[in-house]
Write a protein that binds this ligand. Structure first.
Ligand SMILES: [Zn+2]
Length: 184
């Protein structure tokens, strides 16, 4: 995640679901240096089994509970996605236009979750609600959350989301999705 330029400093957290357990990056970790022995293990109900899970773990658990097929969740404060989350006028049902074909395929709809402080229970509640019918979301004035079939999938989706957020901010009002193709 760090290597792809999607996080900075000690922000961002990553989790993977194995059966009824979730492996999550520890609190205060930099994703560039975290090692396997530092990873925390928790039950889907939030019971800590090993290590010190990230304070944003509640968010991950809420997404897994709403999306039983998800096997990985990535949350970052990636620059352009975070920037879009700070624009008060974005459509909270779907924040970005589908500027690229990959975005349409990989991201789809992008709801914006109302603001609550990081680690706040209310933030997890909002995220869990949004995750029922979207695998990507923005957290208001905070960052992005993506659920995937595995970690690679979630990272690919997050990368496309970040790319389109950047395009959108570069283009401003000139940004437009591709016109529908009419054959013949
Ligand atoms: Zn965060």
């Amino acid at each position: 995640v760090h290597g792809r330029g999607l996080t900075h400093g000690r922000t961002g957290n990553v989790s993977a679901r194995v059966g009824d357990q979730v492996v999550v990056t520890p609190t205060g970790a930099s994703l560039s240096t975290v090692t396997e022995s530092e990873l925390a293990v928790i039950g889907l109900d939030g019971t800590v089994r090993e290590g010190k899970p990230s304070k944003e773990t509640g968010l991950h658990l809420a997404v897994y509970r709403s999306r039983p097929t998800a096997r990985a969740v990535v949350h970052t404060h990636s620059l352009y996605s975070a920037a879009v989350s700070c624009i008060p006028t974005v459509d909270e049902d779907d924040a970005l236009p589908p500027l690229t074909a990959y975005y349409r395929m990989r991201v789809g709809r992008l709801p914006v979750v109302p603001f609550a402080p990081p680690g706040d229970r209310q933030l997890a509640v909002h995220a869990g609600r949004a995750a029922r019918d979207a695998h990507c979301m923005l957290l208001r004035n905070h960052g992005a959350v993506v659920a995937g079939d595995d970690l690679d999938h979630a990272l690919d989706v997050l990368e496309e989301l970040e790319h389109v957020a950047q395009l959108y901010l570069l283009l401003g009002e000139r940004a437009a999705p591709p016109a529908d193709r009419h054959d013949g």
